[in-house]
Design a protein around this ligand. Structure first.
Ligand code: FAD
Length: 476
């Protein structure tokens, strides 16, 4: 095979590791959930951007497809190669340098393989906040965060990965290095290449470094766990909170009671912090206040009004760091608890906030009528219009056979949910990207004009079609 013949040239071309042993390569060839599995003829782990460029030049010359991978925590199958074994898997995890921290400019420049947690910690040790935050932060990398335009729990106040990125260094499919590491908040000098690469899921080039925005560290953070009667009440509470708290409102998460019940069942020590159950709960975070007392009194006054207006029925407020962490854990443990319950059908959808209550009412009723064997497990970043509209088998599905039958509902349920998303002006992927999971579904809802424009961009930047083939756009 031509690739075998050229491997010594590849090995000599860069500093880093080249893995070809199947056991060494195995962890790179399946995603963290084990949902996708693929093959590759080698895994390359260069130490720096020049090494990435050398690998890309070799792949370009030999017409080898490349699958970029960061922390391999993506949820859409974007970092797993297909099963042809023709691709090279390019792991960016050895690009680990923090290049600079500039507290005056409020920026940090890091290489693609630095984990999100390492960026947060480095920023904090310089007295700054890097606000991107998600449950996989100990493993996911900045390159992967930018390639998927990750969201998480602070988007409401600080924006998603795209909003937090000022500049990029990218290796192009033919192995050139584009240094766009500009630490500028204003730069109107033509087409925005940075924004083309952000969210491109490794289909246009390899992100090797980025300039990211930093913020002042909040003086205090207080969390309220609020019982609300309905999603409609939660949206009204969000509006009230935004009016009262302005930019002090840093997170606003909605969770159904079925989510919290699953966490209580599967995570030892977790419990509802309120006396009575409610069909829905909101987790509301206030930061940036001058001190904890001020943050608490702002939340208390907001909740008094919410209780008077029947937007809320009860609430608990964190008074210590351990309570703050325990309340956040109820939200962050939902995915893991749902997985422990058996097969899942998941949707990462985005809606105009004004449409969320209607969407949930209409879609819940339609799903219940057509799929009585499904149980809704709905939660999400409602402050950003992002819902994880998930389903599990109802508790009476105890046998393997009936659970298998639940899996067979995935296609018709996806169609019903995504049609409803489209009818409410939403998007079928809010923060997890398309990968292979949502690629064809996205094409189903996009116009031919939009698809043509996307294909034109891909053809211009990657004329050989070697970058992460079959991800985001299909090959035809
Ligand atoms: P990978 O999984 O390795 O790759 C993801 C995609 O990016 C692939 O298409 C890959 O080819 C491409 N890619 C990776 N690195 C590069 C690079 N340097 N250059 C070019 N392309 C590259 N996501 C959210 O948005 N919000 C959440 O709240 C959230 N919560 C999560 C919770 C858990 C428990 C888990 C497991 C995942 C969660 N995710 C969430 C998804 C995931 O963590 C993010 O998508 C993350 O940004 C992926 O980073 P990664 O380094 O693991 O990328």
């Amino acid at each position: 095979m031509a690739a075998d013949m050229d491997l010594s040239a590849l090995r000599a071309a860069f500093s880093g590791r080249l893995l070809t042993d199947p056991c060494d390569m195995a962890p790179f060839l399946t995603d963290w959930r084990g949902k996708w599995k693929g093959r590759a003829f080698a895994v390359a782990q260069p130490d720096d951007a020049n090494g990435v460029a050398a690998v890309m030049r070799w792949c370009h010359t030999n017409s080898i497809p490349v699958v970029p991978q960061g922390g391999n925590t993506g949820l859409s199958g974007g970092a797993t190669p297909d099963d042809s074994g023709k691709a090279l898997l390019l792991s960016l995890t050895r690009l680990k340098r923090i290049r600079t921290v500039d507290p005056v400019n409020n920026t940090i420049t890091v290489e693609a393989g630095v984990t999100l947690l390492e960026v947060q910690d480095t920023a904090r040790s310089s007295g700054r906040l890097f606000p991107l935050s998600l449950a996989a932060e100990g493993s996911c990398t900045i390159g992967g965060n930018l390639a998927t335009n990750a969201g998480g729990v602070q988007v409401l106040r600080y924006g998603n990965a795209r909003d937090l990125c000022l500049g990029l260094e990218v290796v192009t499919p033919n192995g050139e290095v584009w240094s766009g590491l500009r630490a500028l908040r204003k730069d109107n000098t033509g087409y925005d290449l940075r924004n083309l690469f952000v969210g491109s899921e490794g289909t246009l080039g390899i992100i090797t470094a980025a300039v990211l925005k930093l913020f002042p560290l909040p003086a205090a953070q207080v969390l309220a766990f609020v019982a609300v009667p309905s999603p409609r009440a939660s949206v009204a509470l969000l509006q009230l909170a935004q009016e009262r708290l302005g930019s002090g409102l840093t997170a606003f998460e909605l969770m159904s009671d079925s989510c919290i019940s699953l966490v209580e069942k599967h995570v030892p020590g977790s419990r509802l912090p309120l006396q009575d159950r409610s069909p829905w709960y909101v987790l509301l975070e206030v930061s940036e206040a001058r001190d904890e007392g001020q943050a608490s009194s702002e939340i208390e006054s907001l909740l008094e009004s919410a209780l008077e207006d029947s937007l809320a029925t009860d609430a608990a407020i964190s008074t210590s760091l351990s309570q703050f962490d325990a309340l956040w854990a109820l939200r962050e443990d939902i995915s893991e608890s749902q997985a422990a319950e058996g097969p899942t059908i998941k949707h990462d959808i985005s809606l105009p906030i004004s449409q969320i209550a209607d969407f949930i009412e209409v879609t819940d009723a339609a799903v219940a009528a057509s799929f009585p064997s499904a149980r809704l497990v709905v939660f999400g970043h409602v402050g950003d219009g992002n819902l994880h509209y998930n389903l599990s088998p109802s508790p009476d599905h105890k046998t393997v056979e009936s659970r298998g039958a639940f899996g067979a509902l995935e296609r018709p349920i996806n169609r019903m949910v995504h049609d409803a998303v489209s009818a409410h002006g939403g998007s079928i992927s809010a923060e997890h990207g398309l990968g292979v999971l949502r690629r064809d579904e996205a094409a189903h809802y996009k116009s031919q004009t939009e698809l043509n424009l996307l294909r034109a961009v891909k053809a211009a930047l990657d004329p050989q079609g070697l970058m992460n083939p079959g991800k985001l756009l299909n090959n035809s």
